[in-house]
Write a protein that binds this ligand. Structure first.
Ligand code: ADP
Length: 276
C-alpha cells in the first residue's frame, strides 16, 4: 500500500497489492438515446481553444455525413451555444430533455440552454457541476448520434475527474497552445487518461503560428512549436495544428462556426476519423 494511501484506488496510479479493480461509475444513457462514440476534448487550462476545437471537430464530422452531437461539460464557461448562434432554450419531452439542433444538424446540450439569462454566471460547487454533466448524459434524449464530442471542463481538478468517470469516453483529444508549458500539460493529461483507462486519440495544437495575410509567410509569435518532441516523448499522435485565424475567431464570436472553411481542422478531423 502507498504510504499516503487515501483508499481511493480509482484515482491512484500506484500499483500496490491491495489495489482494487476500479468500479464502473459511468452514468446510464437515457433509455431512448443512442450514442455510438464519445470523444472528450481536454486542455490544461481555459482559453487555449478547447471549445473552438470541439466545435470545429463536430462541424467537420457533420460535413463527413455523421450525425454529430456536442455535450458542453464546461459548465462554468459554456461557449458552445454562442459559437453556433444558439439562443433558444432546451425543452423537455416525455422521453427526456431535447437538445437544440443547429442549422447543419448538430445536436447540442449546454447549461446556457437551460439558464433563464445566458449571461448569468454559474456559481455552483463541484458536485453540482459534475451532477449537471451526468444529467446531460442520462436525461437528454440523444437520438441516433454517431459521434458525440464532449467539451470537458479545463484542467485536472475535481470536476473534470468526475466527468471522466461518469461518461463512457472512447478517447480524448488534448488541445494545447504554444504559449503553454506543453510538456507538462501533455504529461498531466496523459497520466490522467491512463489512470481513467481512457485512450488518448491525439493532440491538436491550436493558435499554432499565423500566416501573414500580406506576404503569406508563417510566423510564430510564441516561438517555434515544441510539440513534435513532446508528442514523441509521450507516444501520442499529433492530429493537427490550427493557426491563429481571424476569420475563425470572428465566426465563433458571431455564431457562424458552421460556415468556417478550415482545411487544417478538416485534415485533423479526417485523421481522427481513421482511428475508429
Ligand atoms: P477554451 O474553450 O479553451 O476556453 P475557446 O475555444 O473559448 O477557449 O477560445 C478562446 C478564444 O480564442 C475565443 O474567442 C476563440 O474565438 C479564440 N480562438 C480559439 N482558437 C482560435 C484560433 N485558432 N484562431 C483565432 N482565434 C481563436
Amino acid at each position: 500500500m502507498a504510504e499516503e494511501c487515501t483508499h481511493d484506488c480509482s484515482s491512484c496510479g500506484v500499483d500496490c497489492p491491495s489495489k482494487q479493480e476500479p468500479q464502473d461509475m459511468t452514468e446510464k444513457l437515457n433509455a431512448y438515446s443512442s450514442v455510438k462514440r464519445v470523444i472528450g476534448v481536454v486542455s490544461g487550462k481555459g482559453g487555449v481553444g478547447k471549445s473552438t476545437v470541439t466545435s470545429l471537430m463536430a462541424v467537420m464530422f457533420s460535413r463527413m455525413g455523421y450525425h454529430t452531437a456536442i455535450l458542453d461539460a464546461d459548465i462554468t464557461g459554456p461557449s458552445i451555444p454562442k459559437a453556433f448562434g444558439i439562443h433558444e432554450k432546451a425543452m423537455g419531452s416525455e422521453k427526456g430533455i431535447l437538445p437544440i439542433t443547429t442549422h447543419s444538424g448538430i445536436d447540442i446540450m449546454s447549461v446556457n440552454l437551460l439558464l433563464e439569462n445566458e449571461t448569468d454566471p454559474v456559481i455552483w460547487r463541484g458536485p453540482i457541476l459534475a451532477g449537471t454533466v451526468k444529467q446531460f448524459w442520462s436525461e437528454v434524449w440523444w437520438k441516433d448520434v454517431d459521434y458525440m464530442f464532449v467539451d470537458m471542463p479545463p484542467g485536472t481538478g475535481d470536476v473534470p475527474l468526475t466527468v471522466f468517470q461518469s461518461l463512457p469516453l472512447d478517447g480524448i483529444i488534448i488541445v494545447t497552445s504554444p504559449q503553454e508549458l506543453v510538456s507538462m500539460i501533455v504529461g498531466k493529461a496523459v497520466k490522467m487518461a491512463q489512470m481513467m483507462d481512457v485512450p488518448i486519440l491525439g493532440v491538436i495544437e491550436n493558435m499554432s503560428g499565423y500566416v501573414c495575410p500580406d506576404c503569406g509567410k508563417k510566423h510564430y509569435p510564441f516561438g517555434e512549436s515544441k510539440l513534435e518532441a513532446v508528442a514523441k516523448e509521450y507516444g501520442v499522435e499529433i492530429l493537427g495544428r490550427l493557426p491563429i485565424d481571424a476569420a475563425c475567431s470572428l465566426a465563433c464570436d458571431t455564431g457562424k462556426i458552421e460556415s468556417v472553411l478550415n482545411p487544417d481542422a478538416q485534415a485533423a478531423a479526417e485523421k481522427l476519423e481513421k482511428l475508429f
